[in-house]
Ligand binder design. Structure first.
Ligand SMILES: *Cc1c(COP(=O)(O)O)cnc(C)c1O
Length: 493
């Protein structure tokens, strides 16, 4: 049943420059009755512009309507489900925004003296403690600004440990089910990347791992749950194989939304990992907003953590810069502090049982979606799903319809597309991560839309191949858009 195939509610909107007309203003103010500063005297003659060429001149209502209409072009989590797999696009409670805007936190300056920063330092200290408890690790740094940055920090820690033992080693092993940032990180840290094949259940093949591990291997980077949304059941054995040869285990923990409160990486052999606070611990993301990629380590890696470390002695917090083995700073100041505040508010509001429930609901939602869609889409691996499920377009591609086409048709049904063609080990992947914050009726709308599209493909594949039909632009030339973007408007062009 089609619940929603509809066109957009607002007018076609041009550029604000196109509605400009000379002399229009968006404000009316009485003339200034205090002496004006002479800008040329203050800034120097050559530095003052009299005119800005082609600056839009528009009225107040035109300005408001222009930007309000543009805002309706965006899809947002406040509008509906955003099922991008591997991204954990969940709803973030507004209360965390309020807490992050608390005056003493929002206006604190990172260079103000420690005596005036006790509350902020406590936020860092308490959050580090909770994240260590949640991950089962010994120490945490909150400095890295995002997941990939956390990976880089973590592998630099691994390199430092090996160097301190006299040999940095040469290789990082990366299973083919890992996130694409993992091999990129290994290469950026100066390591060769060696791929480890998955077995038929999409788990790390222990035989292949045993063959690959030797004294040249610095670490294995494993995404767990992996990019198919499957838990690495062999992780304890894999960790043992690596540890026996002096190699470490790095876990990409961006998918911790499937583990928090249920299972702790520190308990299953992980030495170092990162978390994505902007995925699992409540910060709006997408569109390039700030993130945070804390790194959690076992005690052998603690001496190498970035400076400074927050210390507490006699009830007073201070910053410890005296760390001779540290890899140094990885970011200015103390990381993206506002994101850390949101994460702490989220953690405290949920408490242990609440965090665990969120995890269980995320897994339940993904399995609900999987069960409803299984009769209509090919499931390449039937290993149990954690927080996301991955289908392939095998059945639909027989009719010439690919995953990208289905994703575009989903826009006509009022949804943001799922993740298209990733992970690469599934040909024509449809990767769906609903997250715990979607209610059942929204999941039903999403799955009904996908089922309806599967039926449309049987009747009229062309309808899907030309989708979306409800948007004002459809089927842009993605290659040209990426290679030759036109980023500047010029009158008359
Ligand atoms: C999102 C993600 C990353 C990268 O995180 P960023 O914050 O975007 O740098 C790494 N690994 C996995 C599994 C992810 O889902």
């Amino acid at each position: 049943m089609i619940r929603k195939v509809r066109s957009h509610q607002s007018q076609e909107e041009g550029l604000i420059f196109e509605i400009s007309s000379p002399g229009k203003k968006a404000y009316q103010l009485p003339d200034l009755d205090v002496p004006d500063v002479d800008p040329e005297a203050a800034l120097g003659t050559g530095n003052v512009r009299k005119e800005i060429e082609d600056f839009p001149e528009v009225s107040e209502v035109e300005t408001i309507r222009h930007f309000t209409r543009l805002s309706t072009y965006n899809y947002a989590i406040d509008y509906g489900c955003y099922p991008l797999g591997s991204c954990t696009m969940k709803y973030n409670p507004r209360i965390n925004e309020t807490v992050a805007r608390t005056e003493g936190l929002a206006w604190a300056h990172p260079y103000q003296p420690e005596s005036l920063s006790q509350g902020c330092l406590e936020v860092i200290d308490v959050l580090e403690g909770y994240l260590a408890e949640i991950t089962g690790m010994d120490a945490v740094t909150l400095q890295p600004a995002a997941g990939a940055h956390g990976e880089w920090t973590g592998i630099m820690l691994v390199r430092s440990l090996h160097e301190s033992r006299g040999n940095a080693r040469k290789k990082i092993l990366v299973p083919d089910s890992a996130h694409g940032t993992n091999p990129a990180t290994a290469a950026m840290c100066g390591y060769e990347v060696e791929n480890i094949k998955s077995n038929s259940r999409v788990l790390v093949d222990l035989g292949a791992l045993e063959q690959a591990v030797n004294e040249d291997v610095a670490a294995m980077m494993v995404t767990n749950p992996n990019t198919i949304g499957v838990f690495e059941e062999n992780i304890v054995k894999a960790a043992r194989i690596l540890h026996e040869k002096g190699a470490l285990v790095y876990m990409d923990g961006a998918n911790m939304n499937a583990l928090v409160g249920v299972s702790r990486p520190g308990d299953f052999g992980i030495d170092v990992m990162h978390l994505n606070l902007h995925k699992t611990f409540s910060t709006p993301h997408g569109g390039g907003g700030p993130g945070a990629g804390p790194v959690a380590v076992k005690s052998i890696l603690e001496p190498f953590l970035p400076t400074p470390r927050v210390r507490k002695a006699g009830g007073v917090f201070s910053l410890d810069y005296d760390r001779p083995n540290s890899i140094g700073k990885v970011r200015a100041f103390h990381g993206n502090f506002g994101v850390l505040v949101r994460a702490l508010a989220y953690t405290l509001a949920h408490g242990g049982p609440g965090l665990r429930n969120a995890t269980l609901d995320a897994i339940l939602n993904a399995n609900y979606v999987r069960k409803k869609l299984e009769p209509y889409f090919d499931l390449p691996y039937d290993s149990p799903s954690m927080h996301e499920c991955v289908f392939s377009d095998d059945r639909q591609s027989a009719k010439g319809v690919r995953t990208g086409d289905i994703a575009k048709r989903l826009i006509d049904y009022g949804f943001h597309p799922y993740t298209v063609s990733f992970p690469l080990i599934v040909h024509g992947a449809l990767m769906i991560e609903p997250t715990e914050t979607e209610p059942k009726h929204e999941l039903d709308l999403l799955t009904d839309a996908l089922i309806s599209i599967a039926r449309e493909i049987d009747d009229d594949p062309e309808l899907i191949k030309n989708a979306p039909h409800s948007t004002r632009t459809s089927r842009v030339d993605e290659v040209t858009a990426a290679r030759k973007p036109v980023l500047r408007w010029r009158r008359g062009q």
